[in-house]
Write a protein that binds this ligand. Structure first.
Ligand SMILES: NC(=O)C1=CN([C@@H]2O[C@H](COP(=O)(O)OP(=O)(O)OC[C@H]3O[C@@H](n4cnc5c(N)ncnc54)[C@H](O)[C@@H]3O)[C@@H](O)[C@H]2O)[C@@H](O)CC1
Ligand SMILES: Nc1ncnc2c1ncn2[C@@H]1O[C@H](COP(=O)(O)OP(=O)(O)O)[C@@H](O)[C@H]1O
Ligand SMILES: [K+]
Length: 510
């Protein structure tokens, strides 16, 4: 799914109206209907709904929602900020609302602001994608007034005051703090970035039927990865496939006290479909690995407690995943350098391998092009330094990806994957239950297995991150987010592959 800019969304809106049998007012009605349905599926019957509307089309959406909710028996109140120039569709909806004999409260001055009881649901329809400057004056005061209330707030399209893309010049106080944001048709870039998550709450994308052909032809550097996108990339197993068909993955992981990282990565590699999995670890891990992952072969290293010494022959392996729990001892760093110097295929580089490399820029040239690097934000900062805001961070992410010609997976909610061609893919799966030690090791195992199976590094990075999050969502549904532990993730990977297979079959012609 594409992530479009505010300008592109406006064009998509215009194109849909010009090329489909729908007027702009009817399109607004359709958007409002989606929002109303979302609300009524969750609202208690007696909850009063107070809509705060601007005078643009975001306000028009709000007025249409108020009318629809009133029609379904909800107690609604409407407050309109200022009475400057109304957009045509906003004015039409205002008239329709008043035609029902309902009154509108106009807010011209701070003294017009109503006290907000905590039991009302506030619908924020002040500004959407048409915001053209940071909020100030009466708008900022109203936003502050609404944020100070204890009422739940649902934002239509965007929390008012938040720009679609770049919020580097914005300030916290001028943005509505919503519990939920209903993004119309497509997600917006700012909704996927961490800086203003406390303003966005949970994001929900509601389809409103914008013209898909137009959207397909729009260029954007940002994608939001969905089940349908991943199903198109997924290659089901062949009937006559054998273990050689699906590649030999080598997991280089573990040290004394961190052998669990090797176990997690290895088990995830096995569950992610590699034909063969070997694990190269310190001697102290031999029995542990053979017991917890009997399907994998364990290669002995010279080091008793951590990796060191001569590296084995690496050409047999279609992919290597290196770094989980290996530590950063000098001998281990030298061992990593040997691996980098003797392996030319794209590999997966995580955790301590990233930490070692962050301190050795002279080795960066050894990283095979198209490799997948999987830093969490702390690890990324060791490479890129500090960033001022999300926009700056995205720039640093793109710069590093281009410089190394590698795919950089910046982990977190809506994990962002920067590709060397300048594209950034945001993940749609995963949950806060995955914020638990070892989740990242599981991801490394998955990515290594997908590379071993012959997926291109770009596809492996996207599919692997999506599968990892999907497994996390299944595990959270089963255990609850708090009880989720990293080893659960591999156990639920099969659900992800099954979902991909099902989706692929539904889209096939047979
Ligand atoms: N596909 C689409 O594009 C659709 C868009 N719709 C709605 O239309 C919205 C966009 O509507 P508009 O382009 O009319 O824009 P908005 O309604 O977001 O806001 C524009 C209005 O607010 C004023 N304004 C902007 N920034 C301000 C500020 N800081 N302080 C005070 N006033 C400010 C502008 O002068 C203009 O009057 C979307 O967010 C969505 O809610 C829906 O109606 C349906 C379809
Ligand atoms: N709030 C969250 N929402 C979605 N995914 C998350 C969240 N927190 C963590 N994750 C995922 O869990 C994994 C954590 O990785 P990492 O920090 O490397 O863990 P570890 O080092 O303990 O293995 C990442 O893939 C990340 O995207
Ligand atoms: K809004």
């Amino acid at each position: 799914m594409k992530i479009l800019s505010a300008a592109q969304i406006r064009l998509a809106d215009q194109y849909t109206i010009a090329h489909e049998p729908i007027s702009s007012l009817a399109l607004m009605e359709r958007a409002a209907t989606q929002c109303t349905q979302w609300l009524t599926a969750r609202l208690r019957p007696h909850t009063p709904v107070w809509v705060f509307a601007g005078t643009g089309n975001n306000g028009g959406d709000g007025l249409a929602i108020a009318r629809q909710l009133h029609g379904q028996g909800y107690a609604t109140a409407v407050f309109v900020l200022g009475a400057a120039k109304y957009s045509a569709d906003c004015a039409a909806n205002l008239t329709q609302y008043e035609a029902l004999g309902l009154s509108i409260n106009y807010l011209h001055h701070i003294s017009d602001f109503p006290p907000i009881p905590p039991n009302v649901l506030v619908v924020d329809a002040l500004f959407g994608s048409g915001l053209n400057r940071p909020c100030d004056g009466l708008a900022a005061a109203l936003i502050e007034h609404l944020n100070a209330s204890r009422a739940n707030i649902v934002a239509i399209d965007l929390p008012s005051g938040l720009f679609c893309e770049d919020n580097s010049q914005n300030i916290d106080e001028n943005i509505i703090a919503a519990g939920h944001t209903l993004s119309l048709h497509l997600p917006k870039l700012a909704l996927l970035l961490p800086d203003y998550q406390h303003k966005i709450g949970q994001m929900h994308v509601l389809p409103i039927g914008l013209n898909e052909d137009f959207i397909k032809n729009q260029h954007t550097d940002y994608q939001f990865i969905t089940l349908a996108d991943c199903a198109a990339m997924y290659r089901p197993r062949q009937q006559f496939g054998h273990k050689g068909t699906y590649g030999h993955a080598l997991v280089v992981a573990g040290s004394r006290g961190k052998m669990g990282a090797a176990v997690l990565a290895t088990r995830a590699s096995l569950r992610a479909g590699a034909g063969l999995v070997s694990v190269l670890t310190a001697e102290c891990g031999y029995t542990i690995l053979q017991t917890t992952a009997p399907e994998a072969m364990t290669l002995l290293n010279e080091g008793e407690n951590y990796l060191q010494g001569k590296i084995p022959e690496l050409t047999a392996y279609q992919a290597i995943g290196v770094g989980c729990g290996i530590g950063t001892e000098t001998e281990t760093a030298m061992f990593l350098g040997e691996i980098l110097g003797n392996y030319q295929r794209p590999m997966v580089i995580d955790a301590d391998a990233l930490n070692v490399l962050a301190t050795r820029p002279d080795w960066h040239g050894l990283i095979p092009a198209q490799s997948i690097l999987t830093p969490h934000p702390k690890e990324f900062s060791r490479w890129a330094g500090r960033w001022d805001n999300d926009t700056h961070k995205l720039q640093l992410l793109n710069d590093l990806s281009k410089k190394l010609q590698c795919h950089i997976v910046l982990k977190g909610a809506y994990t962002a994957i920067a590709h060397p061609n300048g594209q950034v893919t945001f993940n749609s799966t995963g949950n806060a239950g995955m914020a638990t030690g070892g989740s990242g090791d599981t991801l490394t195992g998955i990515l290594t297995a997908l590379l071993a199976q012959g997926y291109t590094p770009e596809t492996a990075s996207i599919l692997g991150v999506w599968l990892h999050g999907f497994a996390g969502d299944c595990a959270a549904a089963h255990y609850g987010q708090e009880a989720l532990i990293a080893s659960d993730l591999a156990e639920f990977l099969g659900e992800g592959f099954k979902a991909l297979g099902k989706e692929k079959q539904q889209n096939s012609l047979l």
